[in-house]
Design a protein around this ligand. Sequence first.
Ligand code: TPP
Ligand code: MG
Length: 339
Amino acid sequence: MTPSNTPLADLCRTMRRIRTFEERVAELYARGLSAGSMLHLSIGEEAAAAGVGAAMQPQDSFTTHHRGHGIFLARGAEPSRMMAEIAGRDAGYCRGKGGSMHIADMALGHLGANAIVGGGIPHVVGAGLSYKRQKNGAISVAFFGDGAMQQGILYESMNMAALWDLPVLFVCVNNQYGMGTRIDLATRSVEFDRRAEAFGLSAKMVDGEDVEAVFHTAQALADEARAGRPGFMAVSCFRFFGHGRMDKSPYRTAEEEAAGRKRDPIARARDTLVERGLASAAALDALDAEVVREMNATIDFAAAAEAPPYASMFRDVYGPGEPEPEPLQRRLDRILAIA
Ligand SMILES: Cc1ncc(C[n+]2csc(CCOP(=O)(O)OP(=O)(O)O)c2C)c(N)n1
Ligand SMILES: [Mg+2]
């Protein structure tokens, strides 16, 4: 049987594509080809992206936190254009000006990744309000980390979404850490669903090792949100590597890391497919090899792509109707005069 005939196989493949893509992102960084110094990998957290992403529809939109590569891939991003963006190339989704942490694409409903913890959350409330008025059947989904559970903007956003019956879903990817701070050192209450319920949202906690559970929970909450009952879900998972590429996680013991990495949603999905007789290990290996080929090509594409031309520095940065930015040469002259 071909594994792609089952939803679990599709979810497994999406997770494999995310992980392999991010392994290539790490390679891009190690080779000095990434733009900017910060890169955040979601390896270990793939079930949140794949499971919720699969429960969304083409008309839906979303925002992500700074660890959002996987979510965008799960929503149909073209990996080579993503890699080009992360490398700061003109062929990237934002012509190299967004990079890993500010990637966006209106065509795929990506309203923007955001480096400010909690920063992307209120945007989905605005999107949800517009969808409600347009009656277009779309929902808007905010993805954020457990760190944002301690940000006030989340509570203003949940309150407004509930009060106005907006088609919105809040998704907390709880990887147990905000940078080097373990979640129980950041809050006395880790029962996040109870916080959301207090605002009148439908709320669920789900195990991020089990991608099917994430998918089914997201589907149920997305259906409710589409009917004007906003929801919240927290996906519990483990960040396999450091916060950023330079972080060697000195705040975690080797035992904790080893135990955390055993909570691997991809290994679990593979085992389940084989146990249920839905795929052979050999067929899954062949699919993995195909994904590796696909993702290897993204590095070659990004490495060969051009940087944006110097003269385009301010193009696409300001919206139509916004005041013209100061011409580049004049700005440089002014800065040099001050220096
Ligand atoms: C408002 C704000 N405060 C602090 C930071 C610095 N910062 C960047 S990422 C991060 C941790 C975020 O943790 P979490 O939300 O759990 O996301 P994760 O990195 O675990 O995916 C912090 C504190 C920031 N970017 N924005
Ligand atoms: Mg976190």
